[in-house]
Ligand binder design. Sequence first.
Ligand code: ADP
Ligand code: MG
Length: 360
Amino acid sequence: MKKVAIECRNIHLAYGQTQVLKDVSLHIAPGEFFALLGPSGSGKSSLLRLIAGFNRQQQGQLLIDGQDMSPKAPWERNVGMVFQSYALWPHMSVWDNVAFGLVERKVEPAILKAKVLAVLEQVGLSEFAQRRPNQLSGGQQQRVALARTIVVEPQVLLLDEPLSNLDKSLRTQMRQELLSMQRRLGLTTVFVTHDQEEAMATADRMAVLDKGVVQQVGTAQALYDSPANRFVANFVGTMNVLTVQALRYSTGELHLRMAGLPEVTLPWPETPVQTEGAGLCFRPHAVDMVLAQQSENPQRFWLPGEILSSEFMGNATRYQVKVGLDVLTVDQAHHAGGVKWAPHTFVKLGLHPEQVQVVT
Ligand code: ADP
Ligand code: MG
């Protein structure tokens, strides 16, 4: 089957007076597994419904396989969508649910039968063909929804939080199944989720949405390592942000002042960063924590702090540490016999300049 690209060009969508998507531009490559990640209400489902043809943008263009979709109704688009609620017909058997789209398309009975059999086999539901949806587990219902969508051989697969109704361990298993099926079929897939771990574990690339605006597009690693702004930094993984009060750039160096802390100088080969609302950010595990009286490794810069609390997580101990005006999260790898430091212990946090970023 031909793999198709999806392109959104400067799309604006409003429901009445409420602007929901603002100038959304995305290019999704043929055969890509692409995630739309964002908090509830950020416009993910609205964008997915727009690609499917259930929403119409007021401005901008949507192209699938290079073709402008605006004159096309949903059923003319060759797009399959799995809804968050699955939307299975409760009074119909699994077989009839899956066959429905083929019946509507007036597919010949022999071909219909072969296709339904093949797709039930593919999702591992062959034995359940005569059951009703309410006689199936959540994971099985989700497979029926998927089978029903792929049986008509769409070129684009749209998944709206397809795993959110499943419990945690099933969710992890199903996301791998989804991914391997997507790879097998080579379907360009847009996967909506509010769960950053799910997006990172599956997607080739993702777009982070906030309030209808695309904040950043890239691979999981690119977004995790180089978040474009504070929103992405906090939404993709756990990030510490130290409030910077003043920041001065001189050739190759950045000087930062933060309330109650010694001035920090970082090598800074890039162009000067924006001063307004700047923050110094780094991941919880990128920090070396030592007792206040211990000597400092000169490869790092050091910030004084006080431990407020800790949680043992098995592989690491997670500390909350007061540093200047902020409370930071610091993970220290745990090895058998390692000790946990008590609240009110004075410590120093060591950071490598390469592990920190300035965000606005
Ligand atoms: P998400 O899927 O990211 O949770 P949605 O796309 O469902 O977000 O919703 C984005 C915004 O649009 C929300 O503020 C929501 O309340 C609003 N919205 C969604 N659908 C409609 C609708 N049919 N009419 C009016 N407002 C809507
Ligand atoms: Mg939604």
